[in-house]
Design a binder for this molecule. Structure first.
Ligand SMILES: Nc1ncnc2c1ncn2[C@@H]1O[C@H](COP(=O)(O)OP(=O)(O)OP(=O)(O)O)[C@@H](O)[C@H]1O
Length: 591
């Protein structure tokens, strides 16, 4: 899915943009161009050497000239080899550089894009853009572009030579050029939709592959292997069909071009032969002319073969620039200031919020203010808007109406880095990276000494477990924390956040996978740390124990703040609070 970007670029504009990026590699590009030019000259010279050898050597029976011409042909052949290598090597170097820059550009853009973009973008689509689309662009620069430039140059040089040698014969031969060019243009225009299709099918295939890699456990648990296999196979078939369509299109066009080339050769043989018979053209000239014909069709064919690749690269470039140009929703003001100290007064001022693309508001007119060092519990039914409230403080999203303030300052006044650096957040869903446990805990502070890592791990009640592992803190966890239980992952994630320089702490249902006893222990250990280090702590929690300890509870229902107060106050005043607690007590008793 394509999400929010500037007005879409056409593929022609996109390919121009790729060409503009060659500016960064001016010298190497110039070197490649020079090699192409020299190669064209060496190519154009060879038939002239033939002519000389035949007319002055063979026909006049002058062995020395035959030997000289043969020797010069060897020199020309070596030169062709050298320049050919030069053009490929230099063009490849430029293409590697452009691909490298694009990969970095798109990656850093992906890092900067807001949550709203990632909510709507498909990961697999992004993956395809970073990998195969950029590879298409690279092949265009490394191979197709040089083929086209070399082709055009050869066409011009040889057309001039032919006209100089015999303009009538030249005109007969050159009629083939506009016809072939027209055939090729028609081919590209008619088939560009197939090239786009191939790319889209490849993306779709990647999407299914990626979903399955991530969800393989669910697939197996629900015994859906065969369904997933047939889903993948049918997309794979579609990819092959789309590819075959482009191949068919090639087959429909190229035989005409070959036929044309043969007809022209025959016409040159007939007319040129007649001229030779009448002594108006030498045999050497006819042989040279014929060699030029091969040389003139070669570039047209090369341009023809390059055309699909160029069309594909143009589509790829559009897709890559779509991401590069995507709008970043969350922007810093030009005069943004650094957030350094937190006084503990966080204010939600008539905050309403609607997720991009959603039809209803996730938060409606929410207002509250925290006091320094307060521990705020946020409670509500599932889907009521608790996480959404938390997401607005570090500006993962911006409010639709109202304002979120810290110590009286709108969060939009702060630089994003300084704001987020001061907010420690443990997400509802835990994501760990492949690497050691120590690396995961020290994710935001890679240089943290082991003692500090151990300290936070103790607070998160995960130290004993880590210490019991044979490799301790150096134990390698797989991708997304494979090898750890859900509760263990959550505790590593808590430790990771505790190690940061947070002053506002947000724990979003972060002990949901931890057993009640451990959760209470974490809470007790956290209590001391929170009061010491955090100016305010928010805990989105389901457990009564957490809620009971809180200084204040915010009760959220259908996006609205319906009640707030301490546990005792809410017990007396809020029927909803009573109902939620009752359901939890029942659940606790039953479990
Ligand atoms: N990225 C999103 N895009 C669109 N709508 C969303 C998005 N995230 C949440 N919502 C919607 O916003 C509402 C509030 O969601 P939120 O995640 O804040 O609820 P919650 O109270 O934290 O729920 P839970 O306890 O189940 O985590 C829900 O109706 C949800 O469907």
């Amino acid at each position: 899915m394509v999400v929010k970007s500037e007005p879409q670029e056409t593929s022609t504009q996109a390919i121009w943009r790729v060409l503009e990026s060659l500016r960064n590699y001016r010298l190497i590009s110039l070197g490649a161009l020079m090699s192409v030019l020299l190669l064209t000259i060496a190519n154009a010279l060879t038939p002239q050497l033939f002519r000389w050898g035949i007319d002055q050597g063979i026909v006049k029976r002058d062995l020395q000239i035959v030997i000289y011409s043969a020797a010069w042909m060897v020199v020309a052949a070596i030169a062709r080899g050298v320049f050919n290598f030069g053009q490929s090597y230099l063009a490849e170097s430029v293409s590697q550089g452009v691909a490298y820059d694009l990969r970095n550009k798109i990656f850093s853009k992906i890092q900067n894009l807001s949550f709203s973009y990632h909510d709507q973008a498909q990961t697999s689509q992004l993956l395809t853009r970073v990998t195969s689309d950029i590879e298409q662009i690279r092949t265009f620069i490394g191979t197709s572009l040089i083929q086209v430039i070399g082709g055009i140059l050869t066409l011009v040089v040889i057309a001039i030579l032919l006209l100089v040698m015999n303009w009538r014969l030249a005109l007969i031969s050159l009629t083939a050029v506009p016809i072939t060019a027209w055939l090729m243009t028609r081919f590209v225009i008619r088939n560009s939709k197939f090239f786009r299709q191939v790319q889209e099918q490849l993306s779709n295939l990647n999407a299914v592959l990626q979903e399955n890699l991530i969800g393989i456990r669910v697939v197996k648990a629900f015994v859906r292997e065969s369904v997933e296999k047939s889903r993948y196979t049918s997309l794979n078939n579609e990819l092959v069909t789309a590819n075959m369509k482009t191949i068919l299109a090639i087959r429909n066009t190229f035989p005409f071009i070959f036929l044309l080339s043969n007809l022209v050769t025959l016409a040159v043989f007939a007319y040129g032969g007649a001229l030779v018979v009448n002594n108006r053209f030498s045999i050497g000239e006819l042989v040279a002319f014929n060699s030029y014909l091969v040389l003139i069709f070669q570039p047209i064919l090369l341009i023809g073969f390059a055309a699909p690749a160029i069309a594909g690269a143009a589509v790829s470039a559009t897709r890559v620039y779509e991401v590069v140009d995507a709008t970043v929703d969350i922007r810093e003001r030009a005069d943004a200031i650094a957030f350094d100290t937190c006084g503990g007064r966080i204010t939600f001022e008539n905050v309403s919020f609607r997720y991009p693309g959603a039809t209803t508001e996730a938060l409606k007119d929410v207002s509250f203010e925290t006091k320094p060092k307060e521990l705020i519990a946020v409670l509500g039914m599932t889907g009521s808007g608790k996480s959404t409230i938390m997401n607005l403080i570090p500006r993962f999203y911006d409010v639709t109406k109202g304002a979120v303030r810290i110590d009286g300052r709108d969060v939009r006044d702060f630089t994003l880095k300084s704001l987020r650096r001061h907010i420690g957040i443990v997400f509802q869903e835990t994501t760990l990276f492949s690497g050691t446990i120590r690396e995961n805990i020290a994710y935001a502070k890679p240089d943290a000494p082991l003692e500090q890592v151990i300290e936070v791990a103790k607070t998160a009640q995960i130290h004993d477990f880590i210490a019991s592992l044979p490799d301790g803190y150096e134990t390698i966890v797989g991708e997304r924390g494979v090898g750890l239980s859900g509760g263990q992952k959550q505790r590593v994630a808590i430790a990771r956040t505790l190690l940061t320089d947070y002053s506002i702490l947000i724990l979003d249902d972060s002990t949901s996978a931890v057993d009640a006893k451990t959760a209470t222990e974490i809470q007790a250990a956290l209590d001391e740390m929170m009061r010491r280090k955090a100016c305010v702590t928010f805990v989105v929690a389901q457990r009564i124990t957490t809620v009971k300890n809180a200084d204040r509870i915010l009760l959220i229902d259908k996006g609205q703040l319906v009640a707030q107060g301490t546990h005792e106050e809410l017990m007396q005043t809020s029927p909803l609070y009573g109902a939620i607690l009752e359901s939890q007590v029942k659940r606790a008793v039953n479990s």
